[in-house]
Write a protein that binds this ligand. Structure first.
Ligand SMILES: [Fe+2]
Ligand SMILES: [Fe+2]
Length: 274
């Protein structure tokens, strides 16, 4: 299995690749005979990055959207224009709820559904866990069970003209079962990284966690949440943690300090082979 960080906030590769970073996330996942594109970054720069990394996006078998935020869906139009074929997009319907942040910034998907469908998108709406390919599950809605994982108070949703706290029910992850245990792929982990890991075990009936890869949304979390999450990870038996995007450098450095070589920051261009 191979996972490539096609785009995230930073670029850290040693050799001159011409890769671009941007606030956002997109991962390329090759598992058995399937190729998945998980999120598309913010602007579509992901297409050029993929070319530079020698990845043929035309070989994408399915696209999975972790949630509707613009930094995960904003590249979708350029991706579809590039791959030029009908393709299944697995997402939760609430990617189209009116996601806002701070005073009045729209932070949702920047394209109309019809525009994307005109470019070949076939939306498959997911609410419950769904095995899209053998041993690859899209999580569906993540049950919020922990007491310390709180929603980001800066985010809200507009419904019938009202501003309501945004539960981001569209937040989904990928659970991939491998011989070594589970590999859990996070978008922004708005539902809480601990909730996601616990749900992955429940859904897949696999207790062994091999790796956790993606955004943990701890950059803006409270001190309590960060501490409880670190305690949870310290007790968790895992082999690799490749965090990036909304993890934040403060928490990333904590991860490095505690988990040493099990941790690395997944910058744009990072290749994870499992
Ligand atoms: Fe997000
Ligand atoms: Fe994000």
């Amino acid at each position: 299995m191979k996972i490539v960080v096609l785009i995230e906030n930073s670029v850290g590769v040693l050799i001159p690749t011409g890769l671009t970073g941007e606030h956002g996330l997109s991962l390329w996942i090759e598992h058995e005979e399937y190729n998945l594109l998980f999120d598309t970054g913010q602007t579509g720069k992901v297409v050029e990055n993929a070319l530079r990394l020698g990845i043929d996006l035309k070989k994408t078998d399915a696209i999975v959207l972790s949630h509707g935020h613009y930094d995960h869906t904003g590249g979708l139009k350029k991706v579809l224009e590039f791959i030029r074929k009908p393709i299944n997009i697995y997402a939760h319907r609430d990617i189209y709820s009116l996601h806002y942040a701070l005073e009045d910034y729209y932070v949702g998907i920047p394209f109309r559904r019809e525009t994307l469908e005109g470019l070949g998108a076939n939306f498959e709406w997911i609410k419950e866990p769904f095995e899209i390919f053998p041993n690859i599950w899209v999580s569906g809605e993540i049950p919020r069970k922990t007491t310390f994982e709180k929603m980001d108070p800066r985010l809200y949703v507009k419904r019938n003209g009202q501003k309501l706290p945004d539960p981001i029910l569209d937040d989904m992850s990928l659970f991939i079962k491998t011989d070594k245990g589970l590999v859990i792929i996070l978008g922004c982990a708005h539902s809480g990284v601990v909730n996601i890991i616990e749900y992955a075990k429940e859904v897949t009936k696999e207790e062994r966690i091999y790796g956790i890869i993606g955004g943990t949304h701890l950059s803006s979390a409270s001190g309590d949440q960060i501490e409880e999450t670190l305690i949870y990870f310290a007790k968790l038996d895992f082999s690799i943690l490749v965090a990036n995007h909304c993890t934040g450098l403060k928490v990333a450095s904590k991860f490095k300090e505690i988990f040493g070589n099990k941790f690395r920051f997944g910058t744009t261009g990072e290749i994870i082979t499992i």
